[in-house]
Every structure is written in C-alpha cells, then in structure tokens.
Write a protein that binds this ligand. Structure first.
Ligand SMILES: *Cc1c(COP(=O)(O)O)cnc(C)c1O
Length: 421
C-alpha cells in the first residue's frame, strides 16, 4: 500500500515537472496543483511555486529549439517535447543597430515574438495551458480573448486534439477573427468589450455547463501565466547568458510583465546569470492606460477604464495584474508609460523602416514608449535595452496606411517619366 501511494505521488508530481504547489500571491497559502486560480481565504491570485533541481546552461543549450529547452523551469511533464503541442519560442532577438542609431542609443535589441506559430507571444502561454489541461483531463479549451489568444487556443486545440470554443469582443480586426476561426473551433463574439467577455466567462465557469472546460486564462491561469517566463529565459540566453539593463514590455492584463520579472529572478537565483540590476518598463496605449495612470499618480490601486485605442490586443480596461505590474516597475527602478494612437502608428512605421520588423499595434506601443522615455530622459541611451514586439503587423493591417508608391502602365518610358528611378 505504502509503495503504491508513493508511486502515485511521484507520477502526479512529475506531470508538473519542478512545480511543487500553487501559492497565493497575497497571503502565501499553498494548494495542490489543481485547476484553481483564487485563494479560498483572501481571494488573491494563485501562482506556481517550484522546487527546482540543478539546471545548467549546457543542459538548456542541448535542448530543443523551442520553449521546451526550459522544461526544467516550467510546470510541464518531463516528456513534454514529445507531446503534440505548438512548440513555440526561440524567436529572434534582432540586433536593432539601425533603430538604435536613429534613437541615439548604444545597444538595442527587438525580441520579435511575431515569429511564433500563430504570430503572437500567446503561443507561449497557451502551450503551458495545453499541458495542464491534458493532465487534468479537460476536453474543451476556451478563453476570453482580445484576439491573439483566440488564435493561439484554436491552433493548439487542433494540434493537441481538444475541442475549442473561444470568446472575443465584437468588432475585432478581421485578421484576428480569421486566425481564430480557421482551425475549426467555435468562435463566439460577445456584444461588449473585453471586460464584458471576461465577466461572461467567469459566469460560465461557475455554472455546471462549464465545469469540465479548461479556460486557459481563468481556471488554468496559474499554469498559463508561467509561459511568459520563457521570454525572460530566451532574452538572457540570446544575450549570451546576461540580463538586459532595461526592458520595455506591453501591458494588457499585466501578466507577461510580472512573469518576465519572475523569470529573471529565477535565473539569478539558479546561478544561470550574473546578479545585476535590470529595470522593467511597462507600455500602454493612452486609450487604455489604467496602469500608467495609477503609476503616475503614485497609487497602488488601478481604476478600471473603458478602452478606446487601435491597440486592441492590449485593450483590457480592468487589468488583473495591474498592482503587481506597478510593484515590479517600482522595485526595479523602471516606470509605466503610455503613448497615443498616432505615436503607435508612427512607431510601427519606424520599426519597419529601420529593422524590417512589421509589428502589430502592441509593438507600436512598446516602440512608442521607448522613444517617449528616451526623450524624457527616463531611459538611459547607454544601457543595454530590449524592446518587445509581441505580435505580427499582418493581424492589424487597418492600423497602417502603407500602399503602392505608384500604379503605372507596363512601360519603361512611363516609369522613367514618373520620376521613380
Ligand atoms: C496578450 C498580449 C500581450 C500581453 O498580455 P498580458 O495580458 O499583459 O500578459 C502583449 N502583446 C500582445 C500582442 C498580446 O496579444
């Protein structure tokens, strides 16, 4: 009997690799690794707590060319690389010398997450949720989405054999709707904004009808959120096992920003990088900037807003991780800032012209905030800096107005006369 019990325990622990428990971010109460997301005592959000074994740079470097090279740092089974998943990650860290020169900076890189399988950073977080859903035996995957998440869930469900049903606000960009629907799952548009969609999903989870559904960003959120740590690991490894001195991260719910900080701290704790200070800067669009507003006013509480911006992937008016974002930015000596839609469009153009990277509006937000904080003297132009592009410009084509230079008859004379040589 005792042996059988031990075996069961070993197997179930292994299903989540080095993850040991869920712990409450407010009161520290610990829970078993189950599909739960809020503390029973204080309603604080739960996150994954680990007991890491020895992890070396060499082991990681020998691993697969995707996020599973960091499996020893994630809540996933040991054999995760063999399971059907989208295998995202190891996206390019572009040495942005021409953009740096234009902005008067010494060292700038763009982490280009448009290179993920469904062209946004969301493949990283969904890959984690898929493994948790498999372990918990869910058959339907779902989410509330500002667009990119719906596509990532649709694709991963197709690959891993889940049914999917995703919820989006009505009026999203066509590219995002097509990318959510093409994989064959259900796509339901809710008449309202993202925060209405989220409320609807919470109701569905509380109802017996949604009991066996895995909502990647609700009841699987603690596992899902850990996927963002892989951005931190990759950036450090791609810089030659070094932390950047400054990093600019977009904020929707704020989860990604807080987990990049968690990833950096883990690398330091495990001795995989030298312990040197880094500053985290958060970026929002002015039309949805509740975290920037709270930061500027010196508040800890984030007042919800009604979003109105072309940066729809970041349009969360009531960001769940807002207060934690402010903590990270203050603790590391960074800041939270916002730029208006005109600056977003202009910055998409700048990044494309100087580096050949076509960013979605979220990348325009981070690049815009980079320029603004340099102008203000908040960012140090001499420090090694990384700016994130988290999505692909092809998904937000309506935001830009680029078009043909001229339309002419197929005649060399006409071409010459038009002064285009
Ligand atoms: C979801 C998303 C983010 C960040 O999301 P968080 O909720 O803050 O983790 C950033 N960029 C893009 C393009 C996204 O789709």
């Amino acid at each position: 009997m005792a042996i059988a019990a031990t075996e069961t325990e070993t197997t179930s622990t292994r299903a989540f690799g080095p993850a040991a428990a869920l712990s409450c971010r407010e009161c520290g109460e610990r829970y078993d690794l189950a599909p739960r997301f809020a503390c029973e005592f204080c309603f604080g959000p739960l996150e994954v707590a680990y007991e890491f074994g020895a992890v070396t740079r060499e082991e990681i470097e020998r691993g697969p060319n995707n996020i599973w090279r960091y499996a020893g740092l994630l809540p996933v089974p040991d054999n995760v690389a063999e399971l059907p998943n989208m295998d995202p990650g190891l996206t390019p860290l572009v040495g942005a010398d021409r953009l740096a020169a234009e902005l008067g900076m010494r060292s700038l890189h763009v982490k280009d997450d448009s290179a993920n399988p469904t062209h946004s950073f969301k493949d990283r977080v969904v890959a984690m949720a898929v493994e948790a859903a498999r372990t918990f035996g869910f058959r339907t995957l779902s989410c509330s989405s500002t667009g990119n998440l719906a596509g990532a869930v649709g694709a991963a469900s197709a690959r891993a054999g889940f049914r999917s049903c995703v919820f989006i606000p009505a009026g999203l960009e066509e590219g995002k709707i097509v990318m959510a629907a093409v994989y064959g799952g259900q796509v339901v548009a809710i008449d309202g904004n993202y925060d209405d969609v989220n409320r609807f999903c919470s109701e569905l989870i509380g109802d017996p009808a949604g009991e066996d559904w895995g909502f990647v960003n609700v009841n699987l959120r603690p596992y899902y959120a850990e996927g963002s740590k892989t951005l931190a690991y990759e950036i450090a490894e791609q810089l030659g096992w070094r932390l950047p001195e400054q990093i600019i991260v977009p904020i929707a719910s704020g989860s990604q920003l807080t987990k990049i900080d968690k990833g950096f701290r883990e690398l330091i704790r495990l001795g995989l990088v030298e312990d040197r200070p880094y500053k985290v800067f958060g970026a929002q669009a002015t039309g949805c900037s509740p975290v920037a507003a709270a930061y500027e006013q010196g508040h800890d509480v984030v007042q919800p807003v009604k979003p109105d911006t072309i940066a729809k992937s970041l349009a969360i008016g009531n960001p769940a991780d807002g207060p934690y974002v402010i903590d990270v930015c203050r603790r590391t000596g960074g800041a939270v800032a916002h730029v208006d839609d005109a600056a977003v469009v202009d910055s998409i153009g700048l990044l494309a012209r100087t580096e050949g990277v076509f960013a979605e509006t979220a990348g325009g937000v981070t690049t815009g905030v980079l320029r603004k904080l340099l102008d203000e003297g908040t960012l140090d132009p001499e420090a090694e800096t990384v700016v994130l592009n988290t999505g692909d410009g092809l998904k937000t084509l309506n935001a830009v107005e680029s078009g043909v230079t001229a339309t002419i008859k197929p005649s060399l004379d006409v071409f010459k006369e038009a002064g285009l040589l």
